[in-house]
Design a protein around this ligand. Structure first.
Ligand code: B12
Ligand code: SF4
Ligand code: SF4
Length: 382
């Protein structure tokens, strides 16, 4: 068993690499793992079949001989308003969409895995005995929030996010599972952080699609984050209007959370909203100036009109590439249909023309969502 000095050293090492929180838990099954089969049986995972990987409820099967989980949190809170504070359609340049906070800057997977590989290198210098260590950031069959809770980083709120009293919930988690026997952050008699949600139910009441079916339980197949990022193909019609302007992920159940009211901003520039510089004009293109775009409240017409090649270029190194080009165009069509552009205005005419063009797309999925949006925008039953 490693010593308390080793634990202090590990925490110091993670701080030096920019992590805000770090804790150590035993790599074993917890009550959260026992609840997973029922959650899956309810169909709440939608098409995310990878969540049924049997290793997810048994850490020993992820890494034979696993003893410890080093859990880290990286703050991504960029100083910008919350989606609940910014009115929709707020600019003259046409309706704006919403990309969730975590995806405004660089892809966190690459960033955290680089830091973790570096940390594992430092561990190998300190612990000279042979050991295995595997780093995960969404990338493995692990319930990261369950480990984070057991490592003392916070509690899982009624919105199912991990919340820390000082940081709120705007942080990513990453876990290193290792065969090293490290001293857990919580002693055998210490309870993990208490649930501080109390009587609050702001997140449940604010969720536009009713995805939080009861406190602490998310039906992911109804969640805007799932619909806009994970779901390939058609978005069920019942969710299209409630999706509003969301084009990638959703922040609502965190934006309304009192624990996120005054929380520190990230120190990392990588998470600030990317600005996309104006592209060079192609031969034969109109004289309309190509403008700079931002991932903070992106212009919906810009997103809907992106070509696959432009999408690939712009979202290289961004978490947004997970939704793929056709997913983002599909989502932008829905958000345009939900916009409040009024008939008879220049904006309405411009959006209608764009949607008509997309309704003729050779991509059947894009065409169908564009037709739905046109019908909604033009006041026909959609
Ligand atoms: C799949 C996934 C999703 C899915 C499903 C989300 C979900 N809640 O499971 C979708 C696409 C919807 C999603 C959305 C988001 N995600 Co996500 N997601 C994951 C992923 C890859 C797996 C999560 C998982 O295993 N879910 C399975 C279900 C069963 O887990 P669960 O909801 O926690 O369910 C447990 C509880 O319901 C509990 N339970 C049941 N009954 C009861 C009763 C009580 C009283 C209690 C206490 C608990 C309890 O038991 C269940 C089983 O363990 C993790 C990374 C990872 N490997 O862990 C990231 C992760 C959870 N996501 C993350 C983020 C940032 C998001 C979004 C905020 C992104 C966005 N802005 O759009 C949203 C948040 C939506 C929300 N309210 O949760 C972060 C969370 C960070 C944090 N502070 O919590 C993670 C950890 C990624 C990371 N590496 O940082 N995500
Ligand atoms: S992320 Fe949005 S859709 Fe999903 S549970 Fe939270 S509020 Fe509901
Ligand atoms: S909004 Fe309220 S109930 Fe929901 S997670 Fe935050 S404190 Fe808990």
């Amino acid at each position: 068993m490693a010593s308390p000095a080793d634990t202090a050293w590990i925490i110091e090492q993670t701080r030096a690499r920019g992590f805000s929180l770090c804790g150590i838990a035993r790599a074993e099954s917890y009550p959260e793992h026992a609840r997973l089969p029922e959650w899956l049986a309810c169909g709440y995972a939608g098409e995310m079949r990878y969540l049924a990987d049997p290793r997810r409820n048994d850490p020993a099967r992820i890494l034979p001989g696993a003893k410890s989980a080093i859990v880290c949190a990286l703050n991504y809170n960029s100083r910008r308003p919350y989606s609940t504070e910014v009115p929709a359609d707020s600019t003259e340049e046409g309706p704006r969409g919403w990309i969730s906070r975590y995806a405004w800057g660089d892809d966190y997977h690459e960033l955290i895995l680089t830091k973790f590989n570096d940390l594992i290198g430092a561990l190998r210098e300190r612990f000279t005995e042979p050991f295995e260590a595997r780093a995960y950031v969404d990338t493995g069959p692990i319930l990261e929030r369950a480990f984070a809770h057991r490592a003392g980083l916070g509690w899982q709120g009624k919105n199912t996010c991990l919340i820390n009293e000082a940081l709120g919930s705007w942080f990513f988690l990453g876990v290193i599972v290792t065969t090293l026997e490290l001293l857990p952050s919580l002693g055998p008699a210490e309870a993990p952080p208490p649930d501080l949600c109390g009587n609050c139910r702001l997140c449940l009441d604010a969720c536009p699609t009713g995805a939080l079916v009861e406190p602490y339980v998310l039906d992911a197949s109804r969640c805007i984050s799932y619909l806009t990022i994970e779901l390939r193909g058609s978005i069920p019609e019942e969710f299209r209007a409630p999706m509003g302007r969301h084009v990638f992920g959703c922040d609502i159940c965190q934006d309304v959370c009192p624990w996120n009211r005054s929380v520190p901003a990230t120190q990392l520039d990588s998470f600030h909203p990317r600005n996309i510089s104006p592209r060079e004009k192609m031969p034969g293109e109109s004289d309309a100036p190509a403008r700079a775009e931002s991932l903070f409240q992106p212009r919906l017409e810009w997103l809907a009109a992106l070509t696959e090649e432009e999408f690939r270029r712009i979202f290289r190194g961004s978490a947004i590439k997970r939704a793929k080009w056709r997913g983002i165009v599909r989502n932008a069509c829905i958000a345009l249909g939900n916009s409040s552009a009024r008939r008879g205005t220049v904006t309405h005419a411009r959006i209608s023309a764009l949607l008509e063009r997309l309704a003729a797309s050779p991509d059947a999925g894009i065409a169908e969502h564009a037709r739905w949006a046109l019908a909604r925008l033009c006041g026909e039953s959609a």
